[in-house]
Ligand binder design. Structure first.
Ligand code: UD1
Ligand code: MG
Length: 461
């Protein structure tokens, strides 16, 4: 038995008012189509087919660098309907056996859950089509589910082809269905486009299946968000909020204290330890690990970083590709760029930017500094206004600082340069030579006092 999953993604999505194909618009920082692909990948022994049309190149390019299951692409040059779309993937589907199954998903229905799909796949067989339906008070625009007097599903009628009586039906087609592969191939061949929209409707296979003596097993979905499609930016935002709230609830169930679950955005994977506290308006992107007892202040953005036990990130800080050591404190308003590693008990204060630099245990940069391409020992103190000149206009150079070094305020360290253990730099120095161990380095103009100096006076005309 084989399972082929066909994901429809050929439409432009006119109502998005965007150059970008609809399925590449994001939910939680990930294209809608990627959500669907990821969910489908979790189904046992499934092969993935995506039907693309509008901006096919952009869609394929998006997946080039993603670690998803292999995708077999099918092209639908002209969008002639959902039936026509599935037919474009047909040559690649395994229709060799009556047992084989085809699952049809939409690339713009991103929140469908694995469990729902597994249930559909467990229901479909060579004599049964499994259909996912939605009962809604507002069925406008959707295909209606037609049932006979025995309550058996016999057809789907599209809104534009529906009679007034059919339009009253509140059970609608979600668009998601599982079909026996071999029969699907035959039915697709027979679909016509003699309807109000002149399209080849996939939904026509329902009546054909009934004609062939197949049963239609319709499952009514409970959570409407799972089958909610995105047609415009309002629906995109609505699904984003729903997704974020589900994520926040999962974190709280795990024990994370969120000061306001509605004001946390997770765009990636977050792993939290015990007694983690997250204040409002925090954005977590990529892979973020926050260990036991760490606290994240308001308005903090963290991407691809690790926050060790007991560390504190104060308000307005921005971290990317950083490791913040145990009991360290960062911010408010600090910026840690890729390659920043703070060991235990470090302190990085306001308006400090760090890039590709390692801080030894207990080292500090409390205010206003740029520290790039550097290695600092333990117990180092970087004064306010210190700049590491790591770039000469062509190349980057490294600054190496030993243990217990003190850099006075407003100093410039011109790399490549090494400051040995316990050395001390006087405030306002421009250091471009290595400083030996235990030495005081002063590199600034000497202070002079000019006697008998007269202040400039205002001219009188
Ligand atoms: C379709 C269903 C309708 C259902 C509704 C649920 C049909 C005929 N109708 O209607 O019963 O209630 O979805 O949202 O199936 N697509 C292609 N190529 C095409 C046409 C569509 O790839 O030629 C893709 C679209 O990009 C989209 C999906 O298929 O992802 C659904 O297409 P859409 O035009 O939104 O379908 P509806 O007319 O809304
Ligand atoms: Mg349509």
């Amino acid at each position: 038995m084989s399972i082929d999953v066909v994901i429809l993604a050929a439409g432009k999505g006119t109502r998005m008012h965007s150059e970008k194909p609809k399925v590449l618009h994001s939910i939680a920082g990930k294209a809608m189509l990627e959500h669907v692909v990821n969910t489908a990948s979790q189904l046992a022994s499934s092969k993935l087919h995506v039907v693309v049309g509008y901006a096919a190149d952009a869609i394929e390019a998006y997946f080039e660098n993603k670690e998803t299951q292999h995708i077999s692409w099918a092209t639908q040059a002209e969008q002639l309907g959902t039936g026509h779309a599935v037919a474009q993937a047909l040559p690649k589907l395994d229709i060799s056996s009556e047992e084989n199954k085809v699952l049809v998903l939409y690339g713009d229905v991103p929140l469908i859950q694995k469990r729902t799909l597994e249930n559909l796949l467990a229901t479909v067989n060579s004599e049964t089509v499994a259909l996912l339906t939605l009962v809604t008070e507002n069925p406008a625009g959707l295909g209606r589910i037609i049932r006979d007097t025995d309550n058996a599903v016999v057809a789907i009628v599209e809104e534009k082809d529906a009679s007034d009586a059919e339009k009253q039906i509140q059970e609608t087609n979600s668009g998601i269905l599982a079909v026996p592969a071999k029969k699907l191939a035959r039915w697709l061949n027979d679909i016509g486009n003699d309807n109000e929209q002149g399209e080849y409707y996939l939904t026509d296979v329902i009546a054909m299946a009934v004609n062939d003596g197949c049963k239609i097993a319709a499952t009514i979905i409970e959570d409407g968000f799972e089958v909610q499609g995105v047609n415009d930016k309002k629906q995109l935002a609505m699904l984003e909020r729903h997704f974020q709230m589900q994520n926040a609830e999962a974190l709280m169930e795990q024990g994370v204290a969120l000061l306001d679950p509605a004001r946390l955005d997770v765009r990636g994977e977050v792993e939290c330890g015990k007694d983690v506290e997250i204040d409002v308006n925090v954005v977590l992107e990529g892979k973020v690990t926050i260990k036991d007892g760490a606290r994240i202040g308001p308005g903090v953005t963290i991407k691809d970083s690790v926050i060790e036990e007991g560390a504190t990130i104060l308000s307005g800080s921005n971290l990317e590709g950083a490791v913040v050591g145990k009991n360290s404190s960062v911010g408010p308003h600090a910026r840690l760029r890729p390659g920043t590693v703070l060991n235990e008990g470090c302190k990085v204060g306001n308006f400090v930017e760090i890039k590709n630099a390692v801080f030894g245990k207990g080292s500090k940069a409390s205010h206003l500094a740029y520290i790039g391409d550097a290695e600092l020992g333990e117990g180092v103190n970087i004064g306010a206004g210190t700049i590491f000149c790591n770039y000469d206009g062509a190349n980057k150079h490294k600054t190496t600082i030993g243990n217990n070094v003190f850099i006075g305020s407003n100093s410039v360290l011109v790399a490549p340069v090494t400051l040995a253990d316990n050395s001390f730099v006087a405030a306002g120095s421009a250091i471009n030579k290595n400083v030996p161990k235990d030495m005081l380095a002063i590199a600034r103009g000497r202070q002079k006092h000019i006697e008998g100096w007269g202040r400039p006076k205002k001219k009188t005309s």
